[in-house]
Design a protein around this ligand. Sequence first.
Ligand SMILES: [Zn+2]
Ligand SMILES: [Zn+2]
Length: 321
Amino acid sequence: MQVDRTLTPAAELAPSPTAAQAAIGVLGDAWTLRILRTVFRGQRRHSDFLAALGVSRAVLSDRLAKLTAARVLERRLGDGGHPQYWLSESGLDLWSLFLAMWQWESDWGTAHDPDSWAPDLPRPQLTHSGCGRAMRPELRCSACQAQVSPFETQAWQQAQEPTAQSVPASATSAPLFRRARSDAAGHGSARPAQRLIRVIGDRWNSAVVAAAFRGTRQFARFEAELRIAPGQLSARLQELQELGILRAQTYAGSRLQYRLTRAGIALFPITLELMRWGQRWLQPHDSAAAIKHLPCSQALQARWHCSACQLELARETVRFG
Ligand SMILES: [Zn+2]
Ligand SMILES: [Zn+2]
């Protein structure tokens, strides 16, 4: 399917983008994500990126310039005057987004298939140096320590202002989204290893998924909220169905609704991380980014923990592979 990927994303059109949109504006690009993952592995130079990623020089220069302008990377001159790229403070803070991506790819991608392994893909094992064991990351609420389930969260604004005009009636008292009923496995026809990058590495796809997490279901509402042209929206909804992230169902007569599959729902930690990072570094005043954790009624501050020893994870204590 041909999809025009050159249009201005919603994040740049909206007068005051949400924190998630702002983060997507910086990070929602496939090469950007691949380059950053490679930097997290300790690669710093043009030649490293060219060898690891098979990216063209023009694309690489463009993305490095944008990441430097966004202050995610810092450009320093190394030995022999060759530029090196280092993660800034905000760049280092992306470690937990990559952790969330690792988990999704481990559950829904082919990270364990040796034939699909490539330098820009996650490695099969995650080790916590705090306890020295292999683990999987678990997202817990810092207030009540319960594992975070997307079915036990609610957008804070909806919880506080149940009659707000701007909120669709169906969303006022609903959880952030509902548990899907008979869920298909969620495997689309695309090569699984590329699915995640195709979803969050495309700004429009990313924005559609974020809207779905806010409870948006119908074509007209996606169109209005994202300010996206109908043809573009159709293409993205189609692609997200092919990728096994959304499925279309008919409700109440003939109205189609687009709902997240299990693989789509499993993107929740990634969406949370995009919101958290966007709010911390780009849009500190986005009140829409607040999420209520229903079991404890507190504003959700999610933290990653080690499944083996239960301790909270820190960037320095996680080793990828
Ligand atoms: Zn809680
Ligand atoms: Zn541990």
